[in-house]
Design a protein around this ligand. Sequence first.
Ligand SMILES: [Zn+2]
Length: 426
Amino acid sequence: MTASLFTNVHVIDGTGKAPFAAEVLVKGNRIAEIARAPKSIKAPDATIIDGGGATLMPGLTDAHAHLSFLNAASLLDLTKLTAEAHVLETVKVARLLLDHGYTSMFSGSSARLHTDIAIRDAINAGDIPGPRLLAATQQMTVTGGFGDLGREGVFASIMLDGPDAFRDACRTAARAGVDIFKIVPSAPGSGPDPLAEDTAMTDAEVAAVCEVARQRHRRVAAHARSAEAVKMCARHGVDMIYHATLADDEAKDMLEADKDRVFIAPAMGLPYARLRDADSYGVPTDDFTRARATKEIETVSVNMAELRERGVRVLPGGDYGFKWNPHGKNARDLSMFVECFGFTPLQAIQSATEWGGQLMSPGLGLGDELGQVREGYLADLLLVDGDPSQEIDILQDRDRFLAIMKDGVFHKAPPSDPIAQQQAAE
Ligand SMILES: [Zn+2]
């Protein structure tokens, strides 16, 4: 069995606790032993990795990933791609995300039914590098729901009407091998309020999806912005609620009552980048879109801070994969959690690691063994040049990852002497 001993590292274990100096031994694909300084570990057969004071932390999880969106300006642009070219491009994204320290991705929808599945299976077989991936369906909505892009040549959304249609689509997707059914219960509203939001799916439709999910041991993720859509998801047992933009007190009470089961990901990457970066990507932003993004960030910031206080697990994952919000920027979500939602850096890291592990584990067939630097846990580890508990932004810089390990194997091998290499580069 291969063994690696990290010495001279500061461990951020992912639980929100302060970093501590330690040595960490990895054997096979597990963290075998952790010794807090001044204790040390005797492992004569292990390869020693002298961290030179760098930080060792769990790999990151993105809770709302779209690997197959390929940084398109619009999902309609993807219709120009053949399925074959689409898969090949998505292979590159899978590698890029692991290069950026993401060892787990929970898909927020696949552009085509089989794309996430094929990428997941190739990663698991060791054929291509990439994060642990839970594969989703395309976004399933109703006629007129958010994501209704019309039916002509469109594959990134499917329009279904009535519980039988949803049941049929979910059974077909389960047979194909997806892990996650992605639904879109809400739709943009009308009127002067830029955040106005309607509820598009019915209780019976959401219930049908959740029923098939329970029977087939799949997860349900939902794009739910209206208060009623959030409550509908909570009522029927949706596992991951995205956005939750207009969650009212009743919705928050329901989420709090179910906090040991449900996860929330506000997915603010798109509006955040819309206000800051869209121009530089040549994506025009009209006044309405700007007003909507501004109000959305304000509203969601208040709601997410409150949900965190109530003990609900709020996770990063911000719809990366669009032209102005490209893949690889994903860790900007952690900075946003600190800047907008009042998380401390350690809390933001906890949400992307410990809670990310809790989100992923059931779909991976795992117990409590992912997302922490803890004895017995799977060795998904990042060796970071610097201390992200002081400077959360450094997680956005892939060059700060001195080493990236997934399942006990280095995706990015450590330099033989991290500090010497660092100094040489300066
Ligand atoms: Zn999304």
